[in-house]
Design a protein around this ligand. Sequence first.
Ligand code: ATP
Ligand code: MG
Length: 394
Amino acid sequence: MFSEFLIKYAEIAIKGKNRPLFEEALVKQIRRVLKRVDGSFHVYRTQGRVHVRGEDGFDYNGCMEALQRIFGITAICPVLTLEDEGFEALKDRLVAYAGEIHPGELSFKVHARRARKNYPLESMEINAKIGEALLHAYPGYHVDVHEPEVTFNIEIREKIYVYSLSFPGAGGMPVGTGGKAMLLLSGGIDSPVAGYMIAKRGVSLNAVYFHAPPYTSERARKKVEDLAGIVSRYAGEIFLHVVNFTEIQKYIYEKCPHDELTIIMRRYMMRIAERIALEQDMLALVTGESIGQVASQTMQSLKVTNEVCEELPVFRPLIGFDKQDIVELSKEIGAFETSILPYEDCCTIWVAKHPVTKPSAKVIRRHEEFLKEDIDEMVRRAVEERDVVKIDRA
Ligand code: ATP
Ligand code: MG
């Protein structure tokens, strides 16, 4: 029955001159996800509205599922498109439509709008006459103009558009309206969720993964690529920078106290991530850290990790989340099953039995001095020889 969708978005956020930018980004994301859905689609804007029209035989469910993943959309309304064949015909079509889509008992109102003022009836008359016809046809219907369960929207333009169903959108802002950030993406549960949350604010993502071959396997890397793929279903294409961290990790292991290994390693991850991010004009780093989750995420550890970032802010959208809440979000976005696959992470290989939980910045800085002979060169090499993979799995 439906071949058209009206895409609703939160207008409050986009007053004035931001609106075209917002709508363009939205249309771009819609086109991107629909490329993977069976059928051909026409995405277009009219009078401050975004519409999607599917050609005959398109995959309705696939289309709806794809649209529900796009940030910036608050609701998706399937629309019945009618030719103007006179008011009597419209009334009959509406009665038939209501019976099919909304059977049973309900409260309703009719809300007509004329974008074409030469239509012979005024909005109020349309409301009254169609309301009357619906009441007459369906004994279970009653009118409630204040809080109706169903609103029959009728828009009279060149054609006539009728919609009463509304499916929730993903909310947020269209990716591409908020600049670019670098996600530190590991194979765990948290970082994909953190990336999802930042992308939801309209930010496009790159990701960086530190691996340590041969101590971490190809399968572990593949898992991170898969996670980047899952995030990209929402966040759009992601350039994944795969950095070989083996040499640096070994060097730290050789030179520094073992209970400080994790924290020093994390400082080098941040430094490298920031370096690549700045090179590519990104505006922030993003991690999946949350206060107190592990030794490297105590307040003291976070402070010591944070201080190495010289220019860019570090966003930690999960900072106040309990693990259970993160797990739930992870399941919701479809990442959990992949995140819990048991492949080793480069951080877990050399972790000390009793890592410091309250590192002192002064002490850590002093111990990093032990690395001064080779570390700059190693960092330079790691950055330069990184692998960059484009990931896009709408
Ligand atoms: P996650 O579930 O995201 O792996 P975690 O609970 O295992 O997090 P840590 O291992 O301490 O916590 O990592 C904290 C954050 O540091 C991660 O959320 C991620 O942003 C980043 N990170 C950790 N390991 C790596 C890695 N190998 N490559 C890139 N980023 C990493
Ligand atoms: Mg981890």
